[in-house]
Design a protein around this ligand. Structure first.
Ligand SMILES: [Zn+2]
Length: 132
């Protein structure tokens, strides 16, 4: 791809670093932003920068949060004695949207085997998570 502007090329290259975004899609996104009001693009970039710099991880479950404890762990309506262990943060985000979700959520850094669960005396029950 030939660019007449190094600023445009730099922006396309940065967008193309995102997962699932190729150069053509990156160019489309950049050209879209180029058509937007300067103030709107400034707000967009500020939101992205603040998300990265200000986001925290819950001290209890490592879920993403605005404060020290996430909204799931701070919800007194949830069962404190039952936890749900999931593999990725995407599952944590989808979890509260399920009607049956009432236990706490823990993000697991890796898959846990049945043997490991047995050693910890944890009973695992599969939960169907509907995606957004
Ligand atoms: Zn939490």
């Amino acid at each position: 791809m030939q660019f007449s502007s190094s600023l445009l090329e730099n922006a396309v290259n940065e967008f193309a670093k995102l997962p699932g975004i190729g150069k053509k899609t990156a160019l489309r996104l950049v050209l879209h932003l180029l058509k937007q009001d300067t103030k709107e693009v400034g707000q967009f970039s500020e939101v992205i920068a603040r998300m990265r710099s200000d986001i925290k991880f819950c001290q209890r479950c490592f879920n993403v949060a605005d404060g020290d404890i996430c909204s799931i762990c701070s919800n007194s309506m949830r069962k404190q004695e039952v936890i749900c262990v999931v593999e990725s943060i995407r599952d944590v985000i989808a979890f509260p949207k399920t009607q049956k979700a009432s236990d706490l959520m823990m993000q697991c850094p890796a898959k846990v085997s049945d043997k490991q669960l047995a050693e910890l005396k944890i009973r695992a029950e599969p939960v169907e998570i509907s995606w957004i």
